[in-house]
Design a protein around this ligand. Structure first.
Ligand SMILES: *Cc1c(COP(=O)(O)O)cnc(C)c1O
Length: 422
């Protein structure tokens, strides 16, 4: 099946007389005839549902669709994108370990890595996504367990050179984990370029309507953990909390990573997505391929307008010819990038605030990748405690406006921007 067909029909094939739309299994628990049968589930000897903190059939149906969209072997939903990135890394890195990450990542992920996971004893080295191979090489340590990046970074809109990062990761015997939230599998297939694990904040384009916070993790099944049994002991040696199951032996390379993340991390942290939200997410996925094309079309139109307007200081949009990341975007996402455009208006921070206050269609929101156009001025909102110097160090210029093109008519968005600029 091609990607559009998978968006609409992937993950669920009803049998005779069964519901055409995926059922919402609104139940915390599942009934069994004997304790022995349930005991087998607890030991992972049989597969089945027993408690929705770990797994739920609605979630699994939607996770299977996302796994199919990415071309992976297994997937799981989480309660948020934050939970997805935490689980993806924590599933293979623990106290005393080290991870190499692109520095151009979502601010929430940066905090998770540099502050909270650091408190758990995991060290991160941040490298520029534009680093040379030698600079990337120098970031690795003997205890490095993974490499992390974002296919299109939020909000910097840098495009990750996935091949460069996967080559370095594999040369050091560790997987490349990429957050594919902004590009979505409709526009970028990271596994085809050597990434091993993909994560998503499904809150963004996948949901697409600002309805539910959620996340997803997909495993390609390509990374051979068993080549490095000591480095990935959690996957390759018996788990005493499951009567000695060894994930790679019992579930193979196709299932080991996701099974471990479900059996251990969901069991212990419980960041499960509600089945109701999984249902809403699936509604979003059914039109993802149709919506992404329109988001990109609007993104390009707005970026072209801004580029040619004398009142605008600068524009960043990886789909725009001449953009710093245009060539990488053409290679990794030839059908389009995303609907998010960053730009600055002449007059700096004060002009940016005035401009945004005059917009009529685009709403000021802490959100992106929605059907309704939304915009954010980091310097006066999410980053307002920072001085101009601190903002520069964080890669956010005082005049930066993040503008997320929705599904409206581009001509109306442009007219709105034009009147606000005036
Ligand atoms: C929003 C976002 C996240 C965090 O996702 P939540 O669903 O808000 O927890 C992670 N990565 C990227 C690229 C994002 O845009």
């Amino acid at each position: 099946m091609r990607i559009g067909t998978t968006c609409v029909q992937g993950g669920y094939t009803p049998g005779n007389g069964e519901p055409r739309q995926i059922p919402i299994v609104q139940s915390t628990t599942f009934k069994y005839a004997t304790g022995a049968e349930m005991g087998k589930l607890f030991d992972l000897e049989a597969s089945g549902y027993f408690y929705t903190r770990l797994q739920n059939p609605t979630n699994d149906t939607v996770a299977a669709k996302i796994a199919a969209l990415e071309g992976g072997t297994a997937g799981m939903l989480t309660s948020s994108g934050q939970a997805a990135n935490f689980y993806a890394v924590f599933n293979i890195a623990s106290c005393g370990d080290h991870v190499v990450s692109s520095s151009s990542i979502y601010g929430g992920t940066y905090n998770l890595f540099a502050v909270t996971m650091k408190r758990m004893g995991i060290d991160f080295t941040f490298v520029s996504p534009d680093c040379t191979e030698a600079e990337l090489e120098a970031a690795f340590r003997p205890n490095t367990k993974a490499v992390f990046g974002e296919t299109i970074a939020n909000p910097a809109l840098t495009v990750l050179d996935i091949e460069k990062f996967s080559k370095a990761a594999h040369a050091h015997g560790v997987p490349l984990i990429v957050d594919n939230t902004f590009a979505t599998p409709v526009n970028c297939r990271p596994f085809a370029w050597g990434a091993d694990i993909v994560t998503h904040s499904t809150t963004k384009y996948m949901d697409g309507h600002g309805v539910g916070v959620g996340g997803a993790i997909v495993d390609s099944g390509n990374f051979d953990w068993t080549k490095y049994p000591e480095r990935f002991a959690g996957l390759c040696t018996p788990d005493e909390s499951y009567h000695g199951v060894t994930y790679t032996e019992r579930f193979g390379l196709a299932g080991a990573f996701i099974t471990k993340a479900t059996a251990q991390l969901m069991r212990d942290f419980g960041s499960i997505q509600s089945p109701q939200n999984a249902f809403y997410l699936n509604l979003g996925l059914e039109s993802l391929h149709v919506r992404m094309a329109r988001h990109c079309e609007n993104g390009l139109s707005v970026a072209q307008f801004l580029k040619n307007d004398a009142r605008v200081a600068w524009v960043t949009y990886p789909g725009l010819e001449g953009d710093r990341y245009y060539e990488l975007a053409r290679k990794y996402m030839p059908n389009g990038t995303c609907g998010v455009v960053s730009f600055g208006v002449k007059g700096g921070r004060a002009a940016a605030e005035r401009f945004m206050g005059r917009l009529r269609i685009a709403a000021i929101e802490t959100h992106v990748a929605d059907a309704r156009t939304c915009t954010l001025h980091p310097a006066s909102t999410t980053h307002r405690q920072m001085s101009d110097e601190e903002l520069a160090a964080a890669g956010v210029s005082p005049d930066l406006i993040r503008y997320s093109c929705g599904l409206e008519d581009a001509a109306d968005l442009i007219a709105d921007i034009d009147q606000a600029l005036s």
